[in-house]
Write a protein that binds this ligand. Structure first.
Ligand code: TMP
Ligand code: ASP
Length: 326
């Protein structure tokens, strides 16, 4: 029998080959590019270094319960991953001002944010991956409301974990980019790569750049620094103990066809008090559950089960879910 390997996709630095309905092989090449492919090169050992960093970071994230596409390492520059449909929106998390954030808003580089910032970008080289609002990403059908909530919360959770992991090996996580994909059963999981190409890392003591900015800025020794990141990650004997907390808010409303006596009483009181512009009042409830786990598709499913079976009465109520990870 001849095994036909259908090449799914060949990107600027990786090839993705379909193995079967469930799995793909990701091949990390030595190609490196910047400024949307304007600057390109081949750097010996770069594929292996990024493959190792990605593998180690996916394993670390899996350890903390983040759902990722990573299954195993196949060879020095190949990973076997779950087959997903990559969504066309990238999520960038920033702890310190740098890169396009400084250019876009005219702010100084190196200023820490009080709280990390999450931005969405539309994956489109011709348009130079423009920044998009959540509303645009949803309205243009790139992601749905649920995926938007999961992307933001998972990005913040990944940041929370990776900041601590890199701190342990003397590195500062300035910012990074994540990609998400839909599995065949519709779950949204972390996909693509998480490597020195997709993050900014600075040496804690000297501020020295360790990531792809070395290539963008012609600083040299790109692969040596990538290998050093991989080496330090491999040296971690014990992962940091991290207290994870995802707050899940379930908002419950009565279906519009159902009588709402409490809402009606409040409505009449408001009219009596002279608030003539009020036309209706509906009273629902909001329930906040704190979980000691990371956000993701699994937690969403758990919340739906709890909502359907315990929190809401599906005959008369509707509910919506929100995640916050801070
Ligand atoms: P930016 O400051 O250029 O927007 O980049 C933010 C982060 O995203 C940075 O860690 C590098 C990463 N990134 C990618 O992974 N791919 C890209 O195409 C770009 C532009 C940035
Ligand atoms: N990833 C983009 C490119 O390959 C942009 C960048 O990383 O600077 O051109």
């Amino acid at each position: 029998m001849v095994l036909v390997l259908e090449k799914l996709y060949s990107g600027k630095a990786k090839d993705v080959i379909t193995l079967d309905d469930e799995k793909v092989k990701i091949v990390f090449r030595n190609s490196i590019s910047a400024f949307d492919g304007v600057k390109v090169d081949e750097l010996k050992g770069k594929g292996e270094a990024n493959c190792k960093i990605s593998k180690l970071l996916f394993e670390i994230l899996n350890h903390y319960g983040i759902e990722t596409h990573y299954l195993k390492q196949e060879s020095k520059n190949e990973l076997i991953c779950k087959k997903v449909e990559i969504i066309p929106v990238e999520s960038v998390c920033r702890n310190i001002t740098a890169g396009s954030f400084c250019r876009r808003y005219g702010v100084e580089k190196g200023v820490p944010f009080k709280k990390p910032i999450v931005e969405l970008f539309y994956k489109n080289d011709e348009l130079h991956d423009p920044l998009v609002t959540e509303e645009v990403a949803i309205r243009l059908g790139w992601i749905n409301e649920k995926e938007n909530i999961i992307i933001k919360a998972v990005t913040l959770a990944v940041n929370y974990i990776l900041v601590e992991v890199f701190k342990k090996i003397g590195l500062i996580l300035v910012d990074f980019k994540l990609e998400f994909g839909r599995t065949t059963d519709g779950k949204l999981i972390l996909a693509d790569e998480i490597s020195a190409d997709t993050m900014r890392l600075w040496e804690e003591n000297s501020g020295e750049i360790k990531d792809k900015d070395r290539y963008r800025k012609d600083l040299g020794s790109v692969v040596d620094h990538y290998n050093d990141i991989a080496f330090r990650l491999e040296q971690i004997k014990e992962l940091p103990k991290i207290e994870l907390k995802t707050k899940v808010r379930v908002t419950i409303d009565l279906k519009s066809s159902v009588l709402d006596p409490a809402g009606d009483i409040t409505f009449r009181s408001l009219l009596r008090l002279g608030y003539k512009q009020v036309s209706k009042v509906n009273i629902g409830k909001s329930i906040v559950i704190s979980f000691t786990s990371v956000p993701g598709s699994k937690l969403w499913d758990v919340t739906e089960t709890i909502s359907n079976e315990i929190l809401a009465n599906p005959l008369i109520e509707t509910y919506s879910i929100d995640f916050s990870f801070e």
